[in-house]
Design a protein around this ligand. Structure first.
Ligand code: ADP
Ligand code: G6P
Length: 483
């Protein structure tokens, strides 16, 4: 029977070895959490990197590693430390990630990491070729693997290949600065279908294809030799039911079943009944605007001093890519900002910012989502931002306010939230004030519309839409070839 092969750098779990024992921890990030729901339901094999380098993996543990991954329907691509440095920390996260998020000044153009990116992409392509039958459908994910579609196409001209980019595709003016812009486009064009989160990213991509490769583009079809490649937008949804049901279960817990975190949150709420909790959850990444948010929070408390001792900002930042210098600098900046703001504003009974720098179990995420009155997400640029959707899905009584940056892909589908420009502190301060005072009925009205939309266009629907579109495209392509 034909199967779907999902391929991405990250697998649903990351492996760790400690004292000779292997453990699997869930991967964090939109790609992993979203695709996990799709993968668990169907007949698919997920190929990716285990999170361990060859140097960290004793030979005698290889088969145990394979077994641990097989439990998650996954199979590994082996990478050396040098490959991880050049491909992952290097080209993927020091060249492409900043460039595609419009952080041009952070983007480094290094020929050595480009060479490693190419050879590691070939390794991933070879892993697909090794596992895939001709009638399997191959679904390649994200910016780490943009050359893979073409590499697979060369060896298997008729196989179905879909590619989905989970981050923004930048405007032509930004993309054109990349020395390997044509190679990247050609790599992607090995696909039959290329998907983006939003119509804007799709448009930017088509514009680059037209202007850099001079190819014929008609609406969203690209004509290349004897193939037609479709480009379309598919805004990724969440596993709505999972978040909504988890929140309902939480509401039914008795005191003894609550987590320590929940008990602490409850105690603080009870001691100041009109207190408001603001929540932000992100990977610690400069694209998420965490430092700006902290500065904006301070600005807000100065503009509206009546909220001192009443509001609290909970920041959950998940460690991410900590070998990349920009992330290390950002960590330092955030530590200092939190320390300074808390130092200057705290009173004996009030600490304005609670800062957690760690990954948290799913249960604690639900504690935070369900307890906090206002979710405040301020990415400077974000492909989608699933946290915004997850927050709304957990609000079972439909209360709660979402303040969301216009620069997040999810803002396109979440017009009923309070949209802000993350650079406009004046607007942010006023919006926080508005959120604190928003009548319950208005909150419920807004969230009710949002919830219906998120429930309907969930991650399963997203994956089905993508897959159906890929199969239709393949059919259209066959007809085109046989003309
Ligand atoms: P990105 O993909 O850039 O990290 P998203 O907001 O799209 O941003 O996705 C983040 C995902 O990671 C969400 O599904 C969220 O639930 C999960 N996540 C974020 N923070 C944590 C955390 N501290 N612990 C566990 N999972 C987290
Ligand atoms: C974003 C990217 C994913 C990536 C995730 C976590 O969501 O689009 O491809 O997996 O961040 O980042 P990491 O570098 O830890 O895989």
């Amino acid at each position: 029977m034909a199967k779907t092969i999902i391929i991405s750098n990250r697998l649903p779990v990351q492996l760790q070895i400690s004292n000779g024992t292997i453990s699997a921890i869930p991967s964090v990030g939109g790609l992993a959490t979203g695709m996990k729901s799709v993968h668990s339901g169907g007949d698919s094999l997920w190929i990716g990197w285990s999170g361990l380098t060859d140097e960290e993996t004793p030979e005698e543990l290889e088969s145990q590693i394979d077994d641990a991954l097989a439990e998650h329907g996954s199979s590994k691509v082996k990478l050396t430390q040098k490959e991880v440095d050049g491909f992952y920390y290097g080209f993927s996260n020091r060249t492409v990630w900043p460039l595609f998020h419009y952080f041009l000044e952070y983007s480094e153009f290094e020929w050595e990491s480009w060479e490693i990116y190419k050879s590691v992409n070939q390794k991933f392509a070879d892993a697909i070729l090794d596992k895939a039958d001709n009638d399997d459908v191959i679904w390649v994910h994200d910016y780490q693997l943009m050359l893979v579609p073409q590499m697979v196409r060369e060896k298997r001209p008729n196989v179905s290949i879909g590619f989905f980019l989970h981050i923004p595709f930048p405007s032509f003016e930004i993309f054109r600065t990349l020395p390997w812009r044509k190679e990247i486009l050609s790599g992607l064009l090995g696909s039959d279908l290329i998907g983006f989160h939003t119509y804007d990213y799709e448009r930017h991509f088509l514009s680059s294809v037209r202007r850099l490769l001079g190819l014929e583009v008609s609406f969203n079809d690209i004509y290349l030799d004897d193939r037609v490649i479709k480009v379309d937008s598919f805004p990724m949804g969440i596993d709505y039911k999972k978040f909504n049901e988890a929140a309902r279960e939480h509401a039914q817990r008795d005191e003894s079943q609550k987590s320590e975190l929940q008990k602490r949150l409850d105690t603080h709420k009870e001691s100041t009944p009109d207190a408001k909790f603001f929540l932000s959850i992100d990977r610690l990444d400069y694209t998420k605007g965490i430092a700006k948010r902290l500065n904006a929070f301070e600005y807000f408390l100065n503009k509206y001093p009546q909220y001192k001792e009443k509001v609290r900002l909970i920041i959950l930042a998940v460690p991410s890519r900590s070998n990349v210098p920009q992330y290390q600098l950002l960590k330092k900046e955030i530590d200092e900002l939190v320390g300074r703001i808390n130092g200057e504003l705290s009173t004996v009974s009030w600490t304005p910012i609670w800062y957690f720098y760690r990954s948290m179990p799913f249960d604690n995420l639900i504690d935070l989502y369900t307890t906090c009155d206002i979710a405040w997400l301020t990415p400077i640029r974000d492909g989608m931002n699933l946290v915004a959707k997850e927050y709304i899905a957990t609000r079972t009584d439909k209360t709660g306010v979402l303040i969301l940056s216009e620069m997040a892909g999810s803002a396109n589908e979440m017009n009923e939230s309070l949209l802000i420009n993350p650079n406009n502190f004046e607007q942010i301060a006023d919006t926080l004030d508005r959120a604190i005072n928003m009548p319950k009925e208005e909150q419920q009205q807004r969230n009710s519309v949002l919830q219906k939309r998120l429930e309907r266009y969930n991650v399963e629907k997203w994956a089905n839409d993508f897959m159906n579109s890929l199969l239709n495209q393949k059919e259209k392509d066959r007809t085109y070839i046989s003309r």
